[in-house]
Design a protein. Structure first.
Length: 70
């Protein structure tokens, strides 16, 4: 079974969804992208998050969006 790329734990950042194994909220990635920054910009600012985590998160979000609109 594939490990979750996002975790929510009340003991970590008050339960805010973060990239698993980090204290980096996934909302931060979305804010970067919304602001016109690149994935590389985000990864430079948050080296505890891996490129694989970012790509998996975006793929999962896309899959959920497409499934919800079907």
């Amino acid at each position: 079974m594939e490990a979750s790329v996002v975790s929510c734990d009340p003991g970590v950042m008050g339960g805010t969804p973060v990239f698993t194994g980090t204290r980096v909220p996934v909302q931060t990635l979305l804010d970067y992208l919304e602001g016109g920054e690149t994935i590389d910009d985000f990864l430079d600012g948050f080296p505890s998050v891996s490129r694989d985590q970012v790509i998996r998160f975006l793929e999962q979000a896309k899959d959920r969006l497409v499934a919800a609109s079907s």
